[in-house]
Design a protein around this ligand. Structure first.
Ligand SMILES: Cc1cc2nc3c(=O)[nH]c(=O)nc-3n(C[C@H](O)[C@H](O)[C@H](O)COP(=O)(O)O)c2cc1C
Length: 332
């Protein structure tokens, strides 16, 4: 069974990926209930934490029910990263994860996120310093490399392990690919097959069906799957994968009642956590998936994603139950 430091995990754990404006406490709670074995916060700026920026600090909120939980931070400056480790420790997470994979320009241009893939020595020395600075397990999430011509992930992973990184999650794309094309799992399997590797190697990228998760386990031999987009508005993905592993069969899709119940709870937890305005706004991105594939649904979806008032959104949920309560969802 894989372990992250002293944290024991089940065979082939499913990890909820860090996702900006998505992996917040309400969403993490829903994914945890549906079987996610480890959850991560969205990335948090080390510079923002040091400045005590309210938005960054709020992202440190974690709850007992979601353990084990990792807090992910990003940055490229040693002092800032070390200071932010101290700030993060006060929230008492189980893991501190370093983001060395974010491809967006505003992060990369500062040498952070995937930007550091251009300076592997710095990546290793930052990790080394962070490991030495805390008793919490440090893990890394990264991509295959900066571009197709600079993929050295086998060597990089080994060096990170050698300085004390306790697990590595690898998104099978390069920075140059952004989110285009397909994630390649072969290079991740090469990392795992390196006889010197002993820390868990988690695969990430395009795990969007139970079959894909099984392939990652059985054909690529990875230690677990980190799941991102397939879970947005669909926290049931975790239980579906687990059911498939156990029985080889697909679990029945969540009913309309379950979907409305989850959407309600999601919205309510979001409002409780970040207030009505942000709660209503930031839960919107999930509704398309919660209610995917229902014919003649536009009117209700529009109400959910354009209303600024929570009462109107809750009303829309009630109307959906009333009108579509018997709707049978089918595998697509
Ligand atoms: C909306 C969104 C936000 C993301 N934010 C982060 C982030 O904060 N930190 C991070 O390491 N990766 C982030 N990612 C990348 C995901 O963690 C993951 O690596 C990527 O989506 C590939 O996995 P998937 O195919 O399962 O979605 C984000 C992805 C999406 C779609």
């Amino acid at each position: 069974m894989p372990k992250i430091g002293d944290i024991e995990l089940p065979d082939f754990p499913l990890l909820l990926a860090p996702m900006e404006d998505v992996s917040d406490p309400p969403f993490r709670a829903l994914c945890k209930e549906q079987g996610a074995d480890v959850v991560f916060t969205e990335f948090i700026s080390s510079e923002g934490l040091i400045r005590d920026a309210a938005k960054s600090v709020m992202k440190l909120d974690i709850y007992e029910k979601e353990r084990p939980v990792g807090i992910q931070i990003f940055g490229a400056n040693l002092d800032s990263m070390l200071q932010s480790v101290e700030i993060v420790e006060k929230s008492n997470p189980d893991i501190i994860d370093i983001n060395f994979g974010c491809p967006v320009k505003k992060v990369v241009s500062k040498g952070a996120g995937a930007g550091i893939l251009k300076d592997i020595d710095l990546m290793v020395s930052l990790t080394d310093a962070m490991v030495k600075h805390t008793k919490l397990p440090i893990t890394v999430k990264t991509r295959l490399g900066w571009d197709e011509d600079s993929i050295k992930i086998v060597e990089v992973a080994e060096r990170l392990q050698d300085v004390g990184c306790k697990a590595i999650s690898i998104h099978g794309r390069t920075r140059a690919q952004m989110y285009k094309g397909y994630a390649k799992w072969e290079p991740i399997a090469e990392v795992k097959n390196n006889p010197r590797m002993h820390i868990p190697v988690f695969g990430n990228g395009d795990v969007d069906t139970p079959e894909a998760a099984m392939k990652m386990r059985d054909e690529y031999g990875l230690d677990g799957a980190m799941i991102g987009r397939a879970s947005i508005g669909y926290p049931w993905f975790f239980r579906e994968v687990k059911h498939y592993f156990k029985t080889g069969e697909h679990l029945a899709l969540p009913t309309m009642q379950e979907r409305v119940h989850a959407a309600r709870r999601h919205l309510q937890m979001s409002i409780d956590w970040k207030g009505e305005k942000l709660g209503v706004f930031e839960t919107r991105r999930h509704y398309t998936n919660y209610f995917k594939g229902i014919p003649n649904f536009k009117e209700y979806r529009m109400k959910m994603v354009t209303s600024d008032d929570a009462v109107d959104v809750f009303d829309a949920f009630d109307e959906v139950l009333e009108k579509f309560g018997d709707y049978q969802f089918e595998q697509v």
